[in-house]
Write a new protein. Structure first.
Length: 82
């Protein structure tokens, strides 16, 4: 999965979500991984964003990512590949 800017999305990425600092909590793409399985089964995969100031946690389906203007990559500080 990739941001609109082209970078691959990794767990732990620092992002802006609706202009507010946030973090990619989970990239869900592997049904065999117990942490990701429910998201893959229910939604076909996507990303879980942790943004405690406004929305808490938000899940964006993989199919919606290319058009999602309000998710912007900032840095890979502390990130791990999905």
């Amino acid at each position: 999965m990739k941001y609109r800017s082209g970078e691959e999305i990794w767990n732990g990425d620092c992002v802006l979500f609706h202009g507010t600092p946030a973090e990619i909590e989970l990239v869900a793409s592997n049904e065999a991984d117990p942490e990701q399985a429910w998201y893959v089964q229910e939604f076909g995969g996507g990303v879980l964003i942790k943004e405690p100031m406004v929305s808490g946690r938000t899940f964006i389906r993989e199919e919606s990512l290319p058009d999602y203007e309000d998710l912007e990559f900032v840095s890979r500080s502390g990130s791990t590949q999905p």
